[in-house]
Ligand binder design. Structure first.
Ligand code: BG6
Length: 519
């Protein structure tokens, strides 16, 4: 255990070391839910890409587990298909693909059946001599969350979680959703905490693996010019938008239990908000960064009464409409959705971070499905100039300076400012300075899952959620969820698919004399 901690300290001694320490120590990765959708779409393509870029450790081995019977070869065939579907063809080199697949194995079984774990132990033992040369192991929990506790308990019962030395570490990656409310998140944390030490636990939020999300830290803390302005004296408000053009994509059953607030806001968007609002950590190390993120969440103002919730948050559901020139059905017509459902597919709200830096600065957040396009962006609105010196400025509407960080699809940073329009008059126009990742850095972007899985292999938990942060985030949103449930609304506002959300969302900002950015 002490060894593992030392390793973490060493890896995190500084950003430079993390950057140069590209290759991780060898290990076996056991994926629970090894044939599932996420494994096929994200995990296996991420691992294949890592191997292609020579980032996976020598002898790295994957054991998929799941219900059903499948030979190793059948599993490899399934994963070959997954790679062909989710990795661009120009990145697939046949000999390399064969080599990757040869490191995949499958064991079928029920997750609460001790026999599955006995077989796993035998296989892991065999690989420690035949392939990896060590006993290191990552357990990747990619099953429905209701099964997490059963798996963790079985791992404990079979003594599979204990770290006994530097070549015998054990880590666990937990997929979202991490609980569906504060109580269930706490309960899950307790179950995991009974078996694993916190530094063995990697709760994934794939937004934290996105380049531009990580770039928030670089922008703020690797440059001297932004931080002095990064506070209530200069910033008027912040807008965080995560728009999707897709609907629930056949996940109606899951979405009915979740809704936009649980699915996107409680995790992804609050995480992005914490990176915008946090105080400068002393080092880029897992605990220093995560301490500051937790402090932001704790400083956020919770809304308790029905009036407070209603005046700061709105929810809505998409009705039939047209998105990207295609006619689409409404949420209530989707498979797996109750015809009278009041599950929200859109949520917009206003948060405050009650501390010295951010007092009274609104953070507006919105996310929704079936909006006109997929775009994910943070916009920092600066205050207007204190005095309007140019006469034309007084005549015209003067746009405030806005710093935008586009997380996807065009990863970029832009700064809008006023400039003189050529001519004999002092005419002003808004212009922008833009930095585009793809144009500037012509290298392939690393997909969020790949980045995060590689971090786990290296023992770097900076971009993963710590227990306290997950619980505080739930604590913050619970009054909203409780109030929505208590209201027993028979219907919630709707928006036509392809529109930028309901009129109520516009009214939320209009009340403050502001409007959503036109994206
Ligand atoms: C997932 C949500 O966590 O994030 C999905 O469950 C959502 O509903 C997805 O579509 C969005 O991720 P990304 O990376 O496409 O923005």
């Amino acid at each position: 255990m002490a060894e593992e901690k030392k390793q973490i300290v060493d890896v995190h001694a500084g950003l430079r070391e993390v950057k140069t320490e590209q290759r991780a120590g060898s290990c076996t990765m056991v994926i629970f839910g090894g044939a599932g959708d996420l494994t096929r779409r994200k995990i296996i393509p991420a691992l294949f890409n890592a191997m292609r870029q020579d980032l996976t450790p020598h002898g790295f081995t994957v054991i998929g587990t799941g219900r059903g019977d499948m030979s190793h070869d059948q599993y490899r065939d399934l994963m070959r298909e997954a790679i062909r579907s989710f990795v661009p063809p120009q990145h697939i080199d046949e000999p390399m693909l064969r080599e990757f697949l040869s490191g995949l194995y499958f064991i079928g079984g029920e997750f609460d059946d001790p026999a599955l774990y006995k077989t796993l132990i035998n296989l892991m033992q065999r690989f420690s001599t035949e392939r990896t040369g060590c006993h290191n192991c990552i357990y990747y929990l990619s099953t429905p969350p209701s099964i997490f506790p059963a798996i963790v308990k079985q791992l404990a019962a079979h003594d599979m979680a204990r770290v006994t030395g530097p070549d015998h570490w054990r880590r666990v990656i937990i997929e979202k959703p991490f609980g569906r409310d504060l109580e269930s998140a706490k309960q899950l944390n307790r179950v995991i905490g009974d078996v694993f030490e916190e530094w063995q636990v990697y709760r994934i939020d794939h937004y934290l693996g996105k380049e531009t999300v990580q770039n928030i830290m670089a922008l703020r803390f690797a440059n001297g010019i932004f931080e002095p302005l990064w506070n209530r004296n200069y910033i008027d408000h912040v807008q965080i938008t995560s728009a999707e053009s897709i609907g629930v994509e056949g996940r109606g059953g899951y979405y009915e239990e979740s809704g936009a607030l649980r699915d996107m806001l409680q995790n992804h968007l609050l995480q992005v908000l914490t990176l915008i609002a946090l105080e400068p950590p002393s080092t880029f190390d897992a605990n220093a960064v995560r301490d500051e993120k937790s402090k932001v969440l704790r400083a956020m103002r919770p809304y308790h009464t029905a009036e407070e919730v209603d005046s700061h948050f709105i929810r809505a559901q998409y009705a039939a409409g047209s998105v990207e020139n295609e006619q689409v059905i409404g949420y209530l017509e989707e498979d797996g959705v109750f015809p009278t459902s009041t599950t929200e597919t859109y949520v917009a709200g206003k948060f405050f971070v009650d501390n010295w830096r951010w007092a009274d600065v609104p953070f507006y957040i919105r996310t929704g499905k079936r909006l006109p396009k997929r775009i994910n962006e943070v916009a920092i609105y600066f205050k207007r100039t204190p005095h309007l010196m140019f006469r034309r400025m007084m005549d015209d509407h003067v746009a405030p300076n806005v710093l935008t960080l586009q997380i996807q699809p065009n990863e970029s940073i832009g700064m809008r400012f006023e400039a003189k329009y050529p001519g004999t008059q002092m005419d002003l126009r808004s212009v922008s300075m833009d930095f585009h990742y793809q144009e500037t850095f012509t290298v392939e972007t690393v997909e969020a899952y790949q980045r995060l899985i590689m971090d786990c292999l290296r023992g770097d938990a900076t971009l993963f959620l710590r227990r306290d942060a997950v619980e505080v985030a739930w604590w913050l949103v619970m009054p909203i969820l409780d109030q929505w449930e208590a209201s027993q609304a028979k219907q919630i506002p709707s928006y036509a698919a392809g529109a930028w959300g309901p009129a109520e969302a516009d009214a939320l900002l209009a009340r403050d004399g502001r409007e959503w950015r036109h994206l």
